[in-house]
Design a binder for this molecule. Structure first.
Ligand code: XMP
Length: 508
């Protein structure tokens, strides 16, 4: 399989670049610039290299750089933004700070180049830079420009070195896909052979070979990643994969039963459902503070899981649904903390297993979903919206009680049902939150005094920022009517119109 190296200089779009390559069915891997050397690059037989953008100025002393020998390996290189400036810098061109930076959609013009085949002579690209290449290195020619940027692209055709100041990977660059495709197919001559079917087949045979008789333990949450990991391993080793599903009682309405039924009946998974609802409720009694709730749920989860594992006897492998963005993030040393609450925190460290298996560690989320579909995972689980590990506990403000969980489950189910029915573009995340506040209402001739329920719905690309959804009033009205009529105990429904930032998506 041909591979493209995405050499990461700290740009904000590094993952996007790798995804764009993979969308063309060519395998790409991201490696931080300081974690790979020339020898390894040669040894790994990359068909092409892409230098990503980055926040620095190449001429600064401690700016991320690379051995200039990388330009002499004969492997085609495409430098993007900072990556282009770095290429110019390494090849002894000149990079300077411009008086006017360029940001946003800019029209660029180009002349004939292998990179711009099938790109009109003028089109829109996405720029985001202050530094610019003021002098292309010797032997290079400038092939594109914009109003404020004399060198929007440059190249040395013989050495197969190409640089673009703009970002072909973002959708705002009209012909970005065409440009990347020209680099990958015409310049790198990479084989189009990264396919999910092959991935499934090769993973299955690899694990069959690697685990001829061993048992593997997996914590199944019902989320996409652990579900797909489970199905893949199930295909490889069948009942020697033991899945433990801890039911903490804080899932959405009917979800625990649905997960159990799907995996047991449809896929014949060796699944153990642990009913730990009372244990969790007991531990959470009287707890109001969100972080404390999270901690209690995290550690109780591990305790239950460990107890269950002990009952199963010696199992030397633990499988996890780690995916590629998790691997990259922890490589950067950034998000270990975030992951600890996003995943079933701390399991591998706590459990004295000999080996961890991560069958999805090379895949992006959309690729995981594709594998899930190919393995027959039902669409509602494949495109399941993100759901926090601590579940409804962080959507019930204040103390958690059985009654409050039931109220929230009912209201949330109605909201989700109506959104599914509505002919609207579906928001990325939508759910109900049970506030800790009561409010007066009337029902017939009776005065009621029930909870205030909040509806939350957001659209987002990455869950780091989010816009509150402009849901149609009629839809909100239907939801509000149904909830106040059908869920005894809720007397008022409000809609959250806070974007992120300043709000977070969850209320706690
Ligand atoms: P916030 O609330 O930080 O959420 O804007 C961003 C995304 O992360 C999810 N989230 C969590 N996921 N454990 C998780 O596994 C948590 O404690 C947690 N808190 C928030 C949230 O649902 C959203 O998708």
């Amino acid at each position: 399989m041909d591979k493209i190296l995405v050499l990461d200089f700290g740009g904000q779009y590094d993952q996007l670049i790798a995804r764009r390559v993979r969308e063309q069915h060519i395998y790409a891997e991201i490696v931080p610039f300081d974690q790979i050397g020339l020898d390894e690059i040669v040894g790994k037989n990359y068909k092409g290299i892409i230098f990503t953008g980055g926040p620095d100025s190449v001429y600064k002393e401690d700016a991320p750089g690379f051995d200039e020998g990388i330009l002499n390996l004969g492997i085609p290189v495409l430098g993007i933004c900072y990556g282009a400036q770095l290429m110019a810098f390494l090849a002894k061109g000149k990079v300077e700070k411009a008086t006017v930076g360029e940001y946003g959609k800019i029209i660029f013009s180009h002349e004939e180049s292998a990179l711009f085949e099938d790109v009109p002579s003028q089109s829109v690209c996405w720029m985001s830079h202050v530094d610019y290449i003021s002098e292309a290195p010797e032997g290079f020619t400038v092939t594109a420009w914009s109003e404020h940027c004399p060198c929007a692209a440059f190249e040395n055709r013989d050495r197969k070195l190409y640089g673009v100041q703009f970002h072909p990977e973002v959708v705002h660059t009209e012909y970005g896909k065409t440009i990347l495709s020209s680099f990958l197919l015409n310049i790198c001559k990479a084989q189009v052979d990264w396919k999910m079917d092959d991935f499934i087949e090769s993973s299955v045979s690899r694990y069959r070979e690697m685990l001829p008789e061993e048992r593997v333990l997996l914590a199944l949450s019902g989320g996409v990643d652990s579900s797909v990991a489970a199905l893949l391993l199930n295909k490889a080793i069948g009942h020697r994969l033991v899945c433990v599903f801890v039911d903490h009682g804080l899932l959405r309405k009917g979800e625990a039963d649905h997960i159990e039924k799907t995996f047991k009946e449809r896929f014949d998974l060796n699944l153990i459902r642990v009913d730990a609802r009372d244990r969790f409720l007991e531990k959470l009694k009287g707890v109001r503070e969100p972080e404390e709730k999270r901690k209690i749920i995290g550690s109780e989860f591990i305790r239950v899981f460990e107890e269950e594992a002990k009952k199963l006897g010696e199992i030397s492998y633990l499988a996890q649904g780690t995916i590629y963005p998790d691997v990259i993030e922890s490589g950067k040393g950034k998000s270990a903390v975030i992951k600890s609450h996003h995943n079933v925190g701390g399991l591998p460290e706590r459990m004295a297993f000999r080996k961890i298996i991560e069958p999805l560690r090379d895949l992006f989320k959309d690729e995981v979903r594709e594998v899930g579909r190919k393995l027959g995972l039902p669409e509602d689980l494949v495109s399941r919206q993100p759901f926090p590990g601590p579940g409804l506990a962080v959507r019930i403000i204040g103390e958690i009680t059985e009654e409050k969980i039931a109220l929230l489950q009912e209201a949330d189910a109605i909201f989700r049902e109506e959104i599914m029915k509505a002919e609207i573009e579906k928001p990325q995340q939508y759910f109900a939150v049970l506030t800790d506040m009561h409010s007066v209402g009337v029902m017939g001739d009776e005065r009621t005094y029930g909870y205030v329920l909040a509806l939350r719905s957001v659209s987002t690309d990455d869950f780091m920022t989010a816009e509150w959804s402009r849901l149609p009033y009629d839809l909100l009205e239907t939801v509000s009517n149904r909830i106040t009529n059908e869920v005894r105990g809720i007397s008022r429904v409000v809609y959250d119109i806070t974007s992120k930032p300043p709000g977070t998506i969850e209320w706690e």
